[in-house]
Write a new protein. Structure first.
Length: 666
């Protein structure tokens, strides 16, 4: 554990940098200390030696003066020693050219002698020892001497030998050395702390950057580094902050895109879009509006607000000029960027009244498939720093993604609605098929063929047969207004009533009147039904019927070539008028048949069938088809009508049910 801590400690940059600084400064200071201290000591020793040489020269110069008495000369030398003209003098010796000592002075303070009182001979002997350098080995560093020759007219007359002590000089040198060592040690301590401070000062931002990088690698993209300098490290910190900002935006875009993919419900989608973008941008408030076109007018309608949802819907009608200005803005803009900002100003007033929206700093268009579908209004940022160019680019990306998602939600709503309608139509188709007869009647002397071809969008066509007794059968064909399941359910109600009343009420008019009475009471007034209901008597070959606002009844006589009988008796649709009016306007009609005559009951799905030019097949073409018919079989006639209609329509979409009943007396 200690080893790992030691390795971790030694591997730190600031430790290495501090150690490097300490070593460099220590070496530099050591070199400086060594050279300067030695130089200083050498200079002082040279000065001391020069002083001694000056003394020796002075004594030698005095010896050259002939007038000097030797005794006076000796006294003068003694005074030099006694007065310590020069500090550290140990002895002065003056020799004749014959090496005879003629004068001397001795300072016993610097000498280690057994007695403080010496005889002249002992002094002379001691001087000779000193001049010859005969001193103890341990005192070599504490003693030095200089010699100066005495010359008169370039003639050697002798020499002056001066010895001096280095004890005080060495003490001063050692003291100075210790002081310098103390200074060096203090400087070393200062350098260590200074290097640590400098190392930490330099490496602390790098360490902070390192920790910040680890945070970023763990997904903490909000990490920012404080910029404390304007040097390279400051630039590196600035670059790091820019990088994390871009990474945060990238991560936000990825999260936003992923959540948009799984947001299908429109109201939750606009709520999520508003909340997220306002938070991402750091805005105080935000509101989302979508564009709605109603005819020639354009409105912006509020969808959601953050942090306070909008309590009521806000609708502002945009003038054509303002709307055109907005369509030209594909990038985030401010209201002042457009020529007609009046509607946005009105919008802000309403927002301020409702949720205390302070101001709009930025408006971002929501673009879906190249079309502006709405706007996101943003208030100033929380830190009030203002939106820069990078933030506007970020907002543009988010807004375009949101616009696509919202547009897709509209498409999904339409698709869902289409699926719902498709299911309803399938239900209606199944209901319709169950309401229609499953087989044709089998009666002697009468051939009947019924058919209903439902359109893609199921209509309300209905036909049925009702067995009254062995010689009578009821025929009904009807067309309920509307499409889909509602029409199918109305058909079911009509079938139920017809089934229950057909055997009880012999008169077609009375039966239809009862049907009208019921429908008036129980069916939506916006729904009405056209119908033909009649009873065929096989024995009398008579068809008694009523026409309640339905298409004509067509009869093709065997004895009439190129002709067809068209019957349109009075009658109004079921559920349109009250009972009395219906009774007065409804006529019961009788038709007699001969053998081979054909009866055709049909709905407007035949006469109003359209081709791709939107031209209708028409009643007249159907009349002509019946009149020129030479077919005597009901099924062949049925197929011929279908074939003619299909040939006319060709590739056009069938928009209504095709229903018919053909009966023939045989």
């Amino acid at each position: 554990m200690f080893h790992s801590f030691e390795m971790l400690f030694l591997n730190r940059i600031w430790v290495k940098l501090s150690a490097l600084i300490v070593v460099l400064l220590l070496v530099l200071m050591g070199v400086v200390f060594h050279f300067f201290t030695r130089r200083e000591i050498r200079v002082e020793r040279q000065e001391l030696r020069q002083n001694m040489e000056a003394v020796a020269k002075l004594i030698a110069s005095a010896r050259t003066i002939e007038s000097y008495d030797l005794a006076t000369y000796r006294d003068w030398i003694d005074r030099i020693i006694e007065t310590e003209v020069v500090e550290g003098l140990v002895y002065i010796a003056v020799f004749e050219n014959t090496r005879e000592l003629i004068a001397y002075a001795l300072n016993t303070e610097y000498l280690d002698v057994e007695s403080s009182f010496l005889t002249p001979d002992e002094e002379i002997d001691l001087v000779h020892q000193l001049t010859r350098g005969q001193i103890a080995e341990e005192s070599w560093n504490d003693f030095d001497r200089v010699s100066m020759t005495v010359s008169i007219d370039r003639e050697f007359r002798g020499k002056v030998d001066v010895g001096f002590s280095l004890i005080e000089f060495n003490d001063r040198a050692r003291h100075k050395l210790l002081i310098n060592l103390y200074i060096l040690a203090s400087a070393f301590v200062v350098v260590v702390f200074l290097s640590i401070f400098i190392g930490r000062r330099i490496t602390k931002p790098l360490e902070t950057l390192s920790h910040a990088m680890l945070d970023v690698s763990n997904g903490k993209y909000d990490t920012r580094v404080e910029i404390k300098s304007k040097d390279e490290i400051g630039n590196l910190s600035s670059s790091f902050n820019y990088m994390t900002l871009r990474l945060r935006e990238k991560a936000a875009i990825e999260d936003f895109s992923r959540d948009l993919v799984f947001s299908f419900e429109h109201s939750r989608l606009v709520q999520m879009v508003t909340d997220r973008i306002v938070k991402y941008m750091g805005a105080k408030q935000g509101a989302l509006f979508l564009i709605e076109s109603r005819g020639t007018e354009t409105f912006v309608v509020s969808e959601w607000g953050y942090p306070r949802p909008l309590s009521t819907k806000i609708e502002i009608k945009f003038s054509p000029e303002c709307y055109r200005d907005c369509l030209q803005q594909s990038e985030p803009f401010v209201p002042a960027d457009i020529k007609h900002p009046e509607q946005f100003q009105l919008l802000l007033q309403v927002l301020h009244q409702q949720v205390d929206f302070e101001s709009v700093d930025l408006i971002s268009p929501l673009v879906g498939q190249g079309e502006i579908i709405g706007f996101l209004l943003l208030s100033p940022e929380i830190d009030e720093s203002g939106y820069d160019a990078a933030e506007k680019t970020f907002l543009r990306t988010l807004s375009h993604q949101a616009g696509m998602a919202i547009r897709n939600s509209f498409l999904l709503q339409n698709l869902t609605e289409q699926e719902r309608i498709k299911k309803e139509l399938e239900i209606a188709r199944r209901v319709q098929q169950r309401l229609l007869p499953t087989h044709e009647p089998n009666l002697p002397g009468l051939a009947i063929a019924g058919l209903c071809v439902p359109a893609a969008e199921v209509g309300g066509d209905y036909y049925d047969y009702f067995y009254i007794d062995g010689k009578r059968i009821g025929l009904a064909i009807a067309d309920v207004s509307g499409k889909g399941t509602s029409a199918a359910f109305y058909m079911a109600e009509i079938k139920g009533m017809m089934t229950s009343m057909a055997n009880l009420i012999a008169s077609p008019k009375e039966l239809v009147m009862q049907l009208n009475k019921y429908l008036n009471k129980n069916i939506d007034k916006r729904v009405f039904t056209t119908m033909i209901y009649g009873v065929i008597d096989i024995e009398t070959r008579e068809f008694v019927y009523v026409r309640a606002g339905h298409n004509a009844v067509l009869v093709k006589r065997m004895n009439k070539a190129q002709d067809v009988d068209i019957f349109i008796p009075r009658g109004m649709g079921l559920g349109l008028v009250d009972d009395d009016t219906f009774r007065e306007t409804t006529e019961e009609h009788h038709i007699r048949f001969d053998a081979g005559d054909l009866l055709l009951l049909y709905t407007d799905g035949i006469s109003e069938a359209m081709n791709i030019k939107r031209e209708e097949f028409g009643e007249e073409q159907l009349y002509t088809l019946m009149a020129t018919n030479h077919v005597t079989n009901v099924h062949e006639m049925q197929q011929k009508i279908l074939r003619c209609v299909n040939d006319f329509v060709q590739d056009a979409k069938q928009h209504d049910d095709i229903t018919m009943i053909i009966a023939q007396f045989v």
